[in-house]
Write a protein that binds this ligand. Sequence first.
Ligand code: ADP
Length: 251
Amino acid sequence: MNASLLTVRGLTRRFGGLTAVDNVDLDVRKGEIHGLIGPNGSGKTTCINLLSGVLKSDAGSVTLEGTEIARRPTHVVAAAGLARTFQNIRVFGRMTVLQNVLVGFNQSLGYNLLSVFSLRNGAAERRLHEQGMALLEFVGLADKHDTLATNLSYGEQRLIEIARARALSPRLLLLDEPLVGMNPTEVDRVVDLFQRMRGQGLTMLLVEHKMRVVMSVCDQITVLNFGRKIAGGQPDEIRADPEVIRAYLGE
Ligand code: ADP
């Protein structure tokens, strides 16, 4: 069994009188795809926002390879090795596909934005360009590198987001409903991409509603209901869990 990469204990977040995330424990092991599932309103997105520093928790600890990241600002969490995608696509529509990915390198290597687009150093520029193109090749968008992001399909824009997050070379990638709005062909393409990323050793935490996908790609699954963890285990165990069926799968 691989070592735990992300260890969450007692994670709690309240909004007024509502406890959106209630004393949640979570262990994501190195190299796995870990699914986080549950009915609407069960606290999945709040969890992702707490882990990535977008929201501050009221209680609990979050360690990434031993580094405490709970209640730290997003840039500190990112520097510790955690990257994420968002439910609502966030690409720069007026920039080309390649430039969108270079923004990821810009964040990870400490280049400032201006230097990425007006590099005077030919060798550094070429290297960045090559790395960006390699990532686009990996996600299947190399032939569109020079197209404005806004002209790509919804599914392709999601691939840009994933490539950009990958450019950060994260230890852990959080994917918040990456398949929303995709057609079946696009879904298959992204599922294949997830499997290849796992093959490269990338660890992922996946929030997703499409159970066919969750059950087929995830190594481990955590189930939330009303902010609480109600089950955790391998897909077969989750599928057979009476409480999970009652709360979610039986819907
Ligand atoms: P999920 O992602 O599983 O659908 P969420 O994490 O979005 O669930 O929401 C969990 C609960 O917290 C819901 O009841 C939701 O209405 C509430 N909630 C989420 N964000 C806020 C907020 N900013 N202010 C108040 N309530 C919120």
